[in-house]
Design a protein around this ligand. Structure first.
Ligand code: NAP
Length: 294
């Protein structure tokens, strides 16, 4: 298929590469020039990338970025023609998604929100999980592209429901990781180090995908971003905004938001969100790795 891929960040780079590898005809665009994908045409603007494409795929930071890419100067809107599909893998506001979809549909194109889970490893390895909202007939057409970039897709409902499910999933990641980080910090302060605690966690019902993925990075003190803290912070704000709109109370998440506020203010936003543990360590006066086994 002819695919325009917009946004070559941590996720988009692997996703676009996998589309090329699967034999699709890909054009790419990134806001900051200089990022390219071997085998893909590099476009000068979103409108240029989208020209003649069957599908326009986006993976950019946030709601404002999606709006700019679609409807800003030289945006995708200029190149929309009937029958085209806009697919968004950014994690953004479900309410804004409905507005964007309406404007895209006014041009005779269709809109699918398909945020992802699986992080950098999933994007690079083509094993992402797509969380999809949109019309069944449109999603059917996207199947070869899901297969190129992911291992499975779940249709959770109509447009906007993909984003809703995605933020509900990330809410759990934020809280599970917070529990893990607080548990490690308390144990370290009391004299049980992470090396000792981890095999116990992994053997017990506390084991989780989040812990499996993040524990090795925490032990190595490697906080290079797989999922930047500022983006988890953005997602927490999306969750609380959606909760407020729908009169849902999320007390634990409200506290976790305050922790992210401080960690980002401290200048950690570009590190992986796993670095939230360093703030807990600072408050506790202990470092999780290196504590002696009692
Ligand atoms: P990233 O590495 O920070 O990349 C962000 C991308 O968005 C870059 O290409 C950036 O362009 C572009 N961008 C930012 N603001 C823009 C604007 N105003 N206009 C146009 N482009 C703009 O982020 P990422 O980790 O790839 O994440 C991308 C999306 O996927 C986010 O919504 C994130 O929440 C979601 N996500 C990430 C993960 C993960 O584990 N990383 C997992 C699931 C979902 P520049 O190069 O010019 O800065």
């Amino acid at each position: 298929m002819r695919v325009a891929f917009l946004g070559l960040g941590i996720m988009g780079t692997g996703m676009a590469t996998n589309l090329v590898k699967a034999g699709h005809e890909v054009s790419v665009w990134n806001r900051t020039p200089g990022k390219t994908i071997e085998g893909a045409r590099t476009a000068a603007t979103p409108a240029d990338a989208a020209k003649g494409a069957e599908v326009v795929w986006m993976c950019v930071s946030d709601t404002a970025a999606v709006e700019t890419v679609l409807f800003g100067k030289d945006g995708v809107e200029q190149s929309l023609t009937p029958g085209m599909i806009v697919a968004d893998s950014s994690t953004i506001s479900p309410a804004a998604t409905l507005k964007f979809a309406e404007r895209v549909r006014a041009r005779g194109a269709d809109y699918v929100d398909n945020p992802v889970t699986g992080s950098k490893a999933g994007a690079d390895g083509g094993t992402l999980i797509f969380i999809v909202g949109g019309a069944e007939a449109t999603i059917e057409k996207l199947k070869p592209l899901y297969a190129a970039m992911g291992k499975v897709f779940f249709r959770v409902g109509e447009t906007g429901k993909g984003q809703t499910a995605k933020i509900a999933m990330n809410l759990q990641i934020a809280l599970i990781y917070e529990g893990f980080a607080e548990g490690l910090t308390l144990a370290a302060k009391l004299g049980v180090d992470a090396q000792t605690l981890l095999p116990l966690i992994q053997a017990s019902m506390i084991r989780s995908g989040v812990v499996d993925y993040k524990a090795p990075f925490v032990l190595k003190r490697d906080f290079t971003p797989n999922f930047p803290m500022k983006l988890m912070h953005k997602d927490i704000k999306l969750m609380l905004e959606a909760a407020k709109e729908s009169r849902v109370k999320l007390p634990a998440l409200e506290i976790v938001e305050e922790i992210y506020d401080v960690a980002v203010e401290d200048g950690n936003g570009d590190l992986d969100y796993a670095a939230i543990i360093t703030l807990l360590e600072k408050w506790a006066g202990v470092e999780v790795k290196g504590a002696a086994v009692a």
